[in-house]
Design a protein around this ligand. Structure first.
Ligand SMILES: Nc1nc2c(ncn2[C@@H]2O[C@H](COP(=O)(O)OP(=O)(O)OP(=O)(O)O)[C@@H](O)[C@H]2O)c(=O)[nH]1
Ligand SMILES: [Mg+2]
Length: 277
């Protein structure tokens, strides 16, 4: 592995858990008992440290204001001793939705999309609308419904497909073959909200079938993981005394593509950086 900076393009709409995962990840990297660890001084840690202070008190952090975009540079070392430098961003997730709505990508985002080694797309299935269409209901049932407005909103899965198509367009991938690069990993966040679900891929397929098909037919080896950065819901106001006394480092887990549970929150990043764990 070379010393060249590897950047992960972290893509997630508002409320998917980018800031809380960033804070928990930072803590694990500093502790250094996972597959990846910090090997030097990181820059621009303010947003994550603020979130960590809240977590230490057993409270949730605030929503990141829409215009904010902070890139933090994290020098990393793998468990085998090889090195990488990770560019980890924190930003207001509305920026992502706005790109799809306006069908236009601001220049700084163009650069990030073009340069990123891997794309890590965070999705919170619990917040996704599974609106009825011909994929979820027989046509006969849909026909009985009255049409209230000609301008029906775009479904969540159509919006996500549109988003990935816009990103692919920036990279100029049009040869019709499934992509090998950039690596694509889908991280299903707040996995604790989906009690009783099996494999992450199966959960995604059940809830967003059209989006799932789009991903598996356009990437050679897309990875789909579950993530619970906090293991439970926290409130920004009320302290969770147990969370505070055991500490944020005692909480959080990842469900691998194959369904194995691990408390190593650095696992999705290693996967995004090297394509395998
Ligand atoms: N149940 C549960 N809730 C979580 C978890 N991680 C984050 N949350 C909650 O999800 C909400 C959104 O998390 P954030 O990290 O602020 O989301 P974000 O993607 O940074 O959102 P923006 O800053 O608006 O772009 C917060 O209320 C968190 O408490 C988790 O692992 N489990
Ligand atoms: Mg945030």
């Amino acid at each position: 592995m070379s010393e060249r900076a590897k950047s992960v393009l972290l893509v997630g709409e508002s409320g998917v858990g980018k800031t809380h995962y960033g804070a928990q990840l930072l803590k694990r990297l500093m502790k250094g008992d996972g597959m990846l660890r910090m090997r030097g001084a990181a820059t621009n840690l303010d947003p994550f440290e603020t979130a960590l202070e809240r977590l230490n008190e057993g409270r949730a952090a605030d929503h990141t204001p829409t215009p904010v975009y902070v890139e933090s540079i994290w020098p990393l070392e793998y468990d085998d001793g090889s090195k990488a430098e990770l560019v980890w961003p924190d930003y207001g997730g509305e920026q992502i939705k706005a790109m799809v709505t306006a069908r236009s990508i601001p220049l700084p985002w163009m650069r990030r999309i073009a340069e990123a080694h891997s794309w890590l797309l965070l999705l919170r299935l619990n917040k996704m609308r599974a609106s009825d269409d011909i994929f979820s209901k027989p046509l006969a049932q849909l026909r009985q419904r009255t049409i209230q407005s000609a301008a029906s909103p775009v479904s969540d899965q159509s919006r996500l497909i549109e988003l990935l198509q816009m990103l692919m367009n920036v990279r100029g991938h049009f040869n019709g073959k499934p992509l090998a690069t950039p690596h694509l990993a889908l991280l299903l966040t707040c996995w604790d909200e989906l009690q009783g679900t099996g494999l992450p891929g199966a959960a995604l397929r059940a809830q967003l079938p059209m989006f799932f098909d789009f991903v598996v037919s356009n990437w050679q080896k897309p990875k789909i993981l579950g993530l619970s950065a906090l293991e439970r819901a926290l409130s920004p106001e009320q302290r969770d005394a147990e969370f505070a006394s055991r500490g944020p480092e005692s909480f959080g887990y990842v469900i691998s593509h194959e369904g194995d549970r691990s408390s190593d929150l650095t696992l999705p990043i290693k996967l995004a950086l090297v394509g395998t764990i």
